[in-house]
Design a protein around this ligand. Sequence first.
Ligand code: COI
Length: 358
Amino acid sequence: MPNNFKISKTNNSRLSQLDFDNIPFGKVFSDHMFVADYIDGEWTNMEIVPFGNFEIHPACLALHYGQSIFEGMKATVDLDGRPLFFRPEKHIQRLNNSAARMCMPAVPDEMFHDAIHQLVSMDKDWIPPATGSALYIRPFMFGNGETIGVKASDTYKFIIFTGPVGPYYSKPVRLWVESEYVRAAKGGIGEAKASGNYAASLLPAQKAKAAGYDQILWLDASEFKYVQEVGTMNIFFVIDGKVITPITDGAILKGITRDTVMTILRAKGYEVEERLIEIDEIVQAHKAGTLTEVFGTGTAAVISHVADITYGEHEMVLPPMEERKVGALAKAEIEGLRNGTIADTRDWIVPAKQMVKV
Ligand code: COI
């Protein structure tokens, strides 16, 4: 194995405790995880170990100043039970873009790929076979320097753990358009998958939940005029048969599912526009009856339909599910690629290969 990982296999698999018919999102973790340290300018201590706690110094920089990033990706099985990744190279690229923005070292491509292949091959029996379910893979990195001086850390920990998941949203979501709080501003860290972006959303999300909404649709931070994203998803609108999504302007996450959906829909003949979208345009399209569909895209969410959107006094209820074709079409293609029933013509699917038998 190129990276010479040390591998310690668990003697105590928890797999038999997993109820494959009832998997809550984000609460079940597979048997193993990959860990590595960045010390003196290089990655070292690369190891696959049983999933579990680790020690952290009370002055760990990430805990105080938020130097912490993550990725979210998925592995599924095809109909013959073979584990597959979906566009893994896009995730390491994005992780390293996030790392650059947050003053953190790059994760070498080879270490990342070797780690996910070995880890997922070892824990492949944790991959739920049901359509819409997957093994969620969570790579993350944080500065673990031990000082409370404000600076970029000299040392980092990189970990990848996995866990079986069902759908993130079990039904179409109700969105609240936020006109007081912001998620991210141009020039900030909104494009990075940085932990702080999610922390910033917690209070407004709590308020939106208390008012009966599932998620927030964020507007731009300077004028509260242009649609950004949902926070757990990028957003797509279908107006007059045309598919539109906000252009990523530095404050919006460059979603990999967003890119996948645009590519699939263009190939199916849809006109897809990435551009600035005023929230007033959405209100007008809804009034005119031309807003036929709204859906969000994300690794966890895949494609989740929007039930309604509330912006001030405007409550926009979207058409019934049976009338929505576009999101459903893209979702069916993604699911087909993920279970091998649709041929992969774009090299998006990468079979997992076990590098070392253990
Ligand atoms: C993902 O889609 O993987 C995300 O990172 C969203 C997450 C916060 C659940």
